[in-house]
Design a protein around this ligand. Sequence first.
Ligand SMILES: [Zn+2]
Length: 414
Amino acid sequence: MRVNAGFSRLLRLPGVWVRGVQFDTDRVVVTLALRRRRLLCPVCGYSTAHRHNRQQVESVWRHLDLGTWRLELRARLRRLRCPRHGVRVEGVPFARPGSRFTRDFEQLVAWLATRTDKTTIRRMVRVDWATVGRIIERVTGDELDPDRLENLFEIGIDEVSWRKQHRCLTLVADHLRGQIVWGHEGRDAATANRFFKEIGRSRSQAIEVISLDMGPGYAKSAREHAPQATIAIDPFHVCALGNRALDDVRRGYWNELRQSGDPQAARRFKDARWSLLKAPPNLNEDQARTLRRLRNAGGEVWRGYTLKEALRGIFAPGLTLADVTILIDRFISKATRSRLRPFVTLAGTIRRHRDGILHAIRLGINQGRTEALNNKVRLITRRAYGFHSANAALALVMLTCGPITLAPPHESHA
Ligand SMILES: [Zn+2]
């Protein structure tokens, strides 16, 4: 087999001839020509036989590595005049418009991005992290199932920060499918309004249940656009607030210790954070010991801990609506009298949202369901911290938790 024919089979690129192969110091350079005669607009697919002119310089794409060699593709393309998009370089079947990578390469990067860490990806595919961000934006734009916004009956609207300094994304989950189906930068009523606007009036009014956190923004938007829907406060968010209140108590106490001139005690206490916040069955032995020490010491931190655990207990599986109602009221009254300011505030918040919380219990919205998806999203967004844009972070969330099925390129060629 001649070299060109051999490479043609090796590359598995649709619609091209291999014209030449050349070995550079660090890469193999393959020159291509398109098989098709007609020219296609890369944006809209408009096709014409008329060539406007030819590119002055070759286009270059990176393809899947060949052993340890980088593989570079080159082609001098033609230009056409699209009635809608003006003069453009013709589209190619093996790469997305505007990309310097082949679809196979982008698919590999996207698949890796959902499964492994930043350093591994960067070293393995030899592209920087911002480029990974742009690649996954393109892949998500292409692969996202357009039907994902149909038949939404039980949804959750939630925010997640994708970077420090409160850069947030609003995400909409389809609870019945267990997927994230929509997202946008921002975290207020206006962001949620965008979602309802995008799905339109009739689909908004088919939604039966919307689960939310206890902030005012999303609730306002939900009441306005989907007044028929029951608003349920997800127990996941209630428990998260319990953790936050305990953390506030702990921090206050820690500051007292520090200022009282016992830095060692303060240090030990700082390490106690996870012992306090994790659920007891998940503690390791050291953490369990720390917790026993805190219990023996008593005091406000321990009181805060028992309140946090009592709150978590309310949403344990197997309790009836009547049980939960009693337990919530008991919690509100205990926390109100606790003399721990963060818990007094929390009691007020829970009292205001009591109905929404009970709706969640009645509808069987359990903590585990949202928590699993939430944990997955949070794990992913931490990886997205290095991205240049909210859209890249969102693309990573959609790739991992959305209605997209990704496979490494060899599987889709099989
Ligand atoms: Zn066009």
